[in-house]
Every structure is written in structure tokens, then in C-alpha cells.
Design a protein around this ligand. Structure first.
Ligand SMILES: Nc1ncnc2c1ncn2[C@@H]1O[C@H](COP(=O)(O)OP(=O)(O)OP(=O)(O)O)[C@@H](O)[C@H]1O
Ligand SMILES: [Mg+2]
Length: 248
């Protein structure tokens, strides 16, 4: 579904992506792990067409998106759902209006149909009855669930999650993971997710890729990653201070 070839991106003199290559299969949950500041969100922003690479190419479902102009990219983006890092709900809109937003922006559906779809999505993420509240009136876990409802309300083919569980208690992390798995089973979207939740990610990903020093140093199924002979992967998933990765 997604093919990324030799992606390079620098900001000023800082090389962030240095030849990133990765494929994501249709219908799988691919989880990208790696150091804080290592370029995971920058990578996602390239997939979203929000950043242009200095070099390299990206194909989505056979279309080279790195060759597209603004309005052509908008067409591709209509098939996307996105949960941005931090949730990024509109504070001035209720939970209901946040979830309705992409339907109002991207479709010509009647208000009654939009209301029905929003209520259905809110129910699927366990937020029935919370639609009238504002983001600052609900808990962090509820905001994450609202962001997931907003990302999925258009029934996208591809969903990007940037750290959807950061800052939540362990029970809520598990609950959000189960919610994502449940929705994935129902809607069969292709997912690219950035997460620091180790070891939980090994329970929900079909494949895991580790981004380090601007490249994917290893990608494979959870067992292959856990048993990897690559010392960078081992140090990272065990959180060890000693090893090839500098701690600070
Ligand atoms: N628009 C930008 N302009 C300049 N530098 C940027 C820009 N976006 C990201 N960077 C830099 O690129 C590097 C990678 O950032 P990125 O947000 O991708 O990290 P990350 O892997 O998502 O980290 P975290 O796990 O903490 O979210 C950082 O050093 C960041 O400061
Ligand atoms: Mg990030």
C-alpha cells in the first residue's frame, strides 16, 4: 500500500532522514519505533504530503505522491485518517463538532447523516453522550479517543497514528490499543503508527520498524524484532543505557 524509497530530509544543516526505505502492506498495522527526536513525526509528515523530501520517493497505492501538486495530494489525503501527536483537537469545537469536522470539510453529506455517523463513531470509541463537551472538559484518554473517532469517521483506507497513547495510564494505554485493534478488525484500514509503548506494541503490530540515524535499521514481525541480533534494536527495546545508541 505504501512504498518509501531512499527518503532524505534535512532542516538547515541537520540531517533527519538519510535514506529511509520501507514498505507497508495493505491492511497491516505497521508500528515505527525509534529515539525521541529521531525523525518519526517528520517521516509521517512526508507520508501525509505535508513535507517534501530533499530526495527519495513515496508511492501510495501505486501513485507517486512525491510527484503530486497540492490539490492532487488533497485527493490522496481524502483517503487518510490522521491522529496527530498530542491529539490536536480543536479546543473551540465540541467533541461532536471535532468528529464531524472532516465530514463537513470533505463530504457533501446532509447534516442528519453527519450526525448519525458522528454518533456511531463516538459510540464505537466509548464516547456516547460526551459529544456536547469541549476538549478541555474531558480527560486525556477521552481526548485521545475523540481524536481516533475523528480520524476514522470518514472510513479512511490508511490511518496514521502519531503516539496515540503517550501520557496515558497503563490501563488506558491498553484500552486505546484494544480500541485500535477492534476498529482495525472492523474496518481493515492500513495503519502506520508511531509509538513508544514497548512491549505493548508487539501485541498489536503485524510488523515493527525501527528508525535510527535517519534510516530503517530493521523491519519485521514482532517476534523477529524482539529476537533481532542488531544491537541497536536490542538496546532500544530493552531501554538499556549502555550500547551503540548514545543515551543523551
Ligand atoms: N519543520 C521543522 N523545521 C526544523 N526542524 C524540524 C522540523 N520538524 C522537525 N524538525 C527536527 O527534526 C528532528 C526530528 O523531529 P521529529 O518530530 O520527527 O522527532 P520524533 O522522532 O517524532 O520524536 P518524538 O518521539 O519525541 O515525537 C528534531 O530534531 C526536530 O527538531
Ligand atoms: Mg514525534
Amino acid at each position: 500500500m505504501i512504498r518509501v524509497e531512499n527518503l532524505h530530509k534535512a532542516f538547515g544543516g541537520q540531517q533527519v532522514l538519510q535514506g529511509l526505505t520501507l514498505e507497508v502492506n495493505t491492511g497491516e498495522i505497521m508500528i515505527v519505533i525509534g529515539r525521541s527526536g529521531g525523525g518519526k513525526s517528520v517521516f509521517l509528515r512526508h507520508l501525509l504530503g505535508l513535507l517534501r523530501p530533499d530526495a527519495g520517493r513515496i508511492w501510495v497505492d501505486g501513485v507517486e505522491i512525491t510527484a503530486l501538486r497540492g490539490h492532487e495530494m488533497d485527493k490522496v489525503r481524502e483517503r487518510y485518517g490522521v491522529v496527530f501527536q498530542g491529539g490536536a483537537l480543536f479546543d473551540s469545537l465540541t467533541v461532536f463538532d471535532n468528529v464531524a469536522f472532516p465530514l463537513r470539510e470533505k463530504t457533501a453529506l446532509a447534516a442528519s447523516e453527519i450526525a448519525a455517523r458522528v454518533e456511531e463513531k463516538l459510540a464505537q470509541v466509548g464516547l456516547s453522550g460526551a459529544g456536547h463537551k469541549y476538549p478541555d472538559e474531558v480527560s486525556g484518554g477521552m481526548r485521545k479517543r475523540a481524536a481516533i473517532a475523528r480520524a476514522l469517521v470518514t472510513e479512511p483506507q490508511i490511518v496514521f497514528f502519531d503516539e496515540p497513547t503517550t501520557g496515558l495510564d497503563p490501563v488506558l494505554v491498553n484500552a486505546i490499543h484494544h480500541l485500535i485493534l477492534d476498529l482495525h478488525r472492523k474496518f481493515r484500514f492500513t495503519a502506520v503508527m508511531v509509538s513508544h509503548e514497548i512491549p505493548e506494541i508487539f501485541e498489536i503490530a503485524q510488523r515493527v520498524a525501527m528508525l535510527h540515524d535517519g534510516v530503517i535499521v530493521e523491519a519485521g514481525d514482532p517476534q523477529a524484532i524482539q529476537e533481532s541480533g542488531n544491537p541497536v534494536v536490542q538496546q532500544f527495546i530493552r531501554g538499556q543505557i549502555e550500547g551503540p545508541i548514545r543515551a543523551i
